[in-house]
Design a protein around this ligand. Structure first.
Ligand code: DC
Length: 212
């Protein structure tokens, strides 16, 4: 039996990759895994190495689902997640958990879509479709600011811009599994597009890749 298709989506913070990945999963009837949420929950809950190795991917997702979104998606937790994401043992466990998800996405799903930083390079290098979603840093900072200021009106655009640039630098320069794009990816720049326009482009990319 051939395996179910896997779509790998990577890209920096605020690129729209999470939104597009989730919508793509709905569109194709695929299971979706936000791998950033795994790093965020590990950072937020200070889950230690031994604890993580005893948890399944679904246990971690349950903890993430029970955590208020404004906390899990906050800038502080994003930066802490980027910090712990440098640690080799954390990456090793997270990679295993993500592969466990792909091996068991649930029978009702036709395939799976994962988004993160190293999905197509390290976690599932033989994914059937790889998309690198990006946007200009100013655009990404504006999107993150618009989202975060709803729950934290004191946040300034400048703070979020600086934080995004610092997180890009940290995620791209770490020794293990840095955020990077190679020729195996299709590049999707969402800077000038609405979500619907980006989604339409992404649907086309996945269709073409899966029909090859
Ligand atoms: O996608 P996000 O902003 O929720 O991710 C938060 C941090 O987690 C990100 O800055 C780096 C880390 N991360 C990672 O190293 N590898 C992944 N596959 C996903 C996230």
């Amino acid at each position: 039996m051939t395996r179910k298709p896997i779509v790998a989506i990577d890209g920096p913070a605020g690129s729209g990759k999470g939104t597009i990945a989730r919508m793509l999963a709905d569109h194709f009837g695929f299971a979706y895994l936000d791998t950033g949420a795994l790093y965020r929950i590990a950072a937020h809950a200070n889950v230690n190495f031994d604890e993580i190795t005893n948890l399944s991917v679904h246990d971690l997702l349950k903890i993430a689902a029970d955590t208020p979104e404004d906390v899990l998606k906050s800038d502080i937790v994003g930066c802490k997640a980027s910090d712990i994401a440098k640690l080799p043992h954390i990456r090793e466990v997270m990679t295993q958990l993500q592969r466990e998800f792909v091996a068991n996405p649930g029978n009702e799903f036709g395939g799976s879509i994962l988004d993160g930083r190293d999905i197509g390079t390290v976690v599932i290098p033989n994914a059937d479709c790889k998309i690198f979603i990006t946007a200009d840093p100013e655009v990404r900072a504006k999107r993150r600011w618009n989202f975060l200021k709803i729950t934290n009106p004191l946040l300034t655009y400048e703070t979020i811009y600086q934080s995004i640039v610092a997180r890009d630098e940290q995620d791209q320069s770490r020794k293990i599994a840095p955020l990077t794009c190679d020729e195996s990816y299709v590049l999707l720049d969402t800077s000038a597009d609405t979500i619907d326009m980006s989604l339409a482009k992404a649907v086309k990319i996945v269709r073409v890749a899966l029909s090859e």
